[in-house]
Design a protein around this ligand. Structure first.
Ligand code: UDP
Length: 315
């Protein structure tokens, strides 16, 4: 059955992959974003699609759209390394969540909120004041936590059909070349022959998931779970790698002559982040990450090779 689906933050990396997947399934898709569609290499090059609409809107302001489902992926981009947007980050996660939830409530629509794996980084046993204080880097996580609480409140007080997915480090083709995340940084540095910049000693670890696995998990969470299943549920790939291992793998797969250099570790950089996906495995209809790091990196390298062959400019 065709549904009318709203993707808030639909111009971002994850949002554009999601819009295309939903269009492929035959749904009507409303992509809502503050950024122009020219920022999305997927949507910009897509031939006009009769079921696709783009609405330029900042969700910190109220809105209303007739719809059956809402995916809320809206978040200022590159916020971790561009410290200029902490207020906007909190507004999008608090005011934006309220406006999205009000729309879901008015439309009796199901809403899925994209929270983040970095929500787990806070150490609750450490009560020294400076560690409990919200640093700029923690603002995104605190915003996500506030948004999760808002979804829980709308569920319990107004019966809104709200779900929460906690998304772990995700990579893949069509990432922004200037994204600043580790996978895109290393691949672009390796392909250009630039130094590979490891922050700290590279012993910190992450578990990286390929974009297609994430999209599959999110769509299943929206469509294939029992009505009373609200999450939060972690969506990630639990295979863990140190950042030094990732650097060596990228150098080996690209055949690059790049050298590894070590730069200072950013404040609050978690030493480890691994996704425990047992709940997702049980609840998301047999979902399982299918693409492992080597294969995902090869696809992502092929994408960035093409981008760089055009002078680093996305068409
Ligand atoms: N990192 C790195 N070099 C880079 C970019 C990131 O060593 O050029 C490290 C960063 O310090 C962190 C890890 O890679 O330990 C993952 O960073 P990313 O920004 O991709 O995601 P995060 O897990 O911090 O949200």
């Amino acid at each position: 059955m065709q549904k009318r689906i709203v993707v808030l933050g639909g111009v971002g990396f994850i949002g554009t992959h999601l819009c295309l997947r939903l269009l492929d399934e035959g749904h009507e898709v409303f992509c809502v974003d503050t950024r122009d569609i020219a920022n999305s290499p997927l949507l910009r090059d897509m031939p006009p699609h009769p079921e696709f609409r783009y609405v330029r809107h900042n969700i910190v302001h109220q809105f209303g759209i007739r719809c059956d489902e809402i995916y809320n992926l809206a978040s200022p981009s590159r916020v971790r390394y561009n410290k200029a947007l902490p207020v906007e980050t909190l507004k999008v996660n608090t005011l934006g969540s309220i406006n999205a939830l009000d729309t879901a409530r008015a439309e009796h629509a199901r809403i899925l909120f994209a929270s983040a794996g970095n929500i787990y980084a806070a150490n609750c046993r450490d009560t020294a004041e400076e560690s409990g204080f919200c640093t700029t880097r923690r603002i995104l996580a605190e915003g996500k936590r506030a948004a999760e609480a808002m979804h829980r409140a709308y569920q319990s007080e107004f019966g809104v059909d709200a779900r929460i997915a906690r998304i772990f480090n995700t990579y893949g083709p069509k990432m922004d070349i200037n994204d600043g995340r580790v996978v895109s940084n290393f691949i672009v540095q390796a392909l250009r022959g630039d130094n590979i910049t490891i922050y700290g000693d590279g012993g910190q670890s992450r578990s990286f998931q390929y974009i297609d696995d994430l999209i599959e998990g999110m769509v299943r969470m929206m469509d294939d779970t029992p009505d009373d299943f609200t999450g939060p549920v972690n969506i990630g790939n639990p295979n863990e790698f140190t950042i030094a291992e990732l650097a060596r793998e990228v150098i080996s797969l690209t055949g690059s002559k790049s050298k590894i250099v070590h730069l200072p570790l950013p404040a609050d950089d978690p030493q480890q982040r691994q996704s425990d996906i047992s709940l997702a495995r049980n609840m998301l209809g047999g979902w399982e990450p299918k693409i492992q790091l080597r294969d995902g990196l090869l696809k992502t390298i092929a994408y960035f090779e093409e981008v760089l062959s055009r002078g680093g400019i996305r068409r």
